[in-house]
Design a protein. Sequence first.
Length: 219
Amino acid sequence: MTAPADRAPLIALISATTAAIAPATAGLSRGFPEADVWNLVDDRLLAEADAHGGLTPELSARMTRLIDHALAEGADGVLLTCSMYGPAAHAYPKADGPVLAADDGAFDAVLHGGFDRVLVAGSLESATRDATRRLSAAADSVSVPLEIDEVVARPATFVATVAAADRTARPDAILLAQYSLAPFADKLTAATGGRPVLTGPDSAAAMLRASIEAARSRP
């Protein structure tokens, strides 16, 4: 049910690790400051997925129950902060409010931003490759031609390493592969002469805000 316009929107963040909470909350504070944030954490989701070799039907069902709970208790929007569980968001039945996977907002910004070439930057090879794979699949699904380069850099030298890769690849934008890297965005923009840097938390906040404001404006 859409919340009354005089109540602050309630956004439920469903996380598999507490490390995702701070960047997701910071993104909302920048892009959707009037929203209230509600954190739901199941810190066994990643460990059990690792133990079973990835996302299983049982774990997907468990995430679906968490989304059910968030919406039943009044959340106007839901953001899953773990990219591994994105398929559970995409498979969720249509709800009154948005239910977003971690990178939905960032991928949407890439695919509708008029970019021809994007540099995906991460601090973990596995996360960087996974983000590249999923972004490529998303581009193919909507027939958007997109060239994707990758760079993996340690946090201690992240800005310098990514800026060097930017000078070589000359992308139209940089996409950060992990929520934890969002604090580097402003420094990267400065180090690359104003290159757009897209982050999962900020793009998700923008998508949640647009969706909820549109719903509230409908008669």
